[in-house]
Design a protein around this ligand. Sequence first.
Ligand SMILES: Nc1ncnc2c1ncn2[C@@H]1O[C@H](COP(=O)(O)OP(=O)(O)O)[C@@H](O)[C@H]1O
Ligand SMILES: [Mg+2]
Length: 250
Amino acid sequence: MKHVVVLNPKGGCGKTTIATHLAVYASTLGLRVALADHDEQASSHDWLKSRPRRCAEIAAIAAYDGAAIEGDFEVVIHDMPATAIFDHASIAEASSKIIIPIMPSPIDLKAAMRLWMKLSNSGWLDDPNIEIGVVANRIKNNSKYVQTLNAFIEKIGLPHITTLRDTQNYIRSLDAGLTLFDMPPNRVADDLIQWQPLMEWTGFFDIEDDELLELFGAQGDVQPGADQMVSYEDMQAEQLAEEGLGFEQY
Ligand SMILES: Nc1ncnc2c1ncn2[C@@H]1O[C@H](COP(=O)(O)OP(=O)(O)O)[C@@H](O)[C@H]1O
Ligand SMILES: [Mg+2]
């Protein structure tokens, strides 16, 4: 049984979005897949319930309710909550892959730094059975925070698996119980290109780039642009001013 854990205690960074997409990807490949929702908000289970019947089956494991991670599955995708993570020791078993989505904002970067320190202290970063990678999520072409996020990922030394742009495609498709993989490929071609490194990274299916392209029908070349580098302090001040937030203590 392969485990993929989508993890980051920061809410709203894209865990459920990535977990649901990976579950659909695995089921599209014909794998027996379960989506284990560890979050009491049960967002991925709600999404699963709203999924049209014609879609390939994805089993639900209500891990937030104490359901055991068991069954005849080839792949289990774990959608983690925005809370403490280390109660879930059982997910850190052999052959686990961990995906950390991070958004380009000062608050998200700070949270990611704390997570990285926890992972480091827990020994997970040194465990040869656990592979950890980062996905930069909700990247806007004109965002000046993008290069700062990229530099951060490089600095912590985890693989930067891919970058997903900010697009309503995710919001619209999830709302209908779907993912981008269920949409007409020509409408989401730019996004599918960005998913390919992540699909390959899962190791669910050992195929070449162009075969993946054929399976999911993507063509094109979209690279989210990045503007000038800004200092971390500038980013923080700017975001706090924009969002009218109080200063968060760490
Ligand atoms: N790349 C993206 N572009 C646009 N919206 C996104 C993207 N990724 C996530 N979202 C939206 O952001 C919100 C939070 O994402 P979600 O996956 O629920 O985060 P989490 O599970 O980490 O709390 C959702 O409304 C989701 O549709
Ligand atoms: Mg979620």
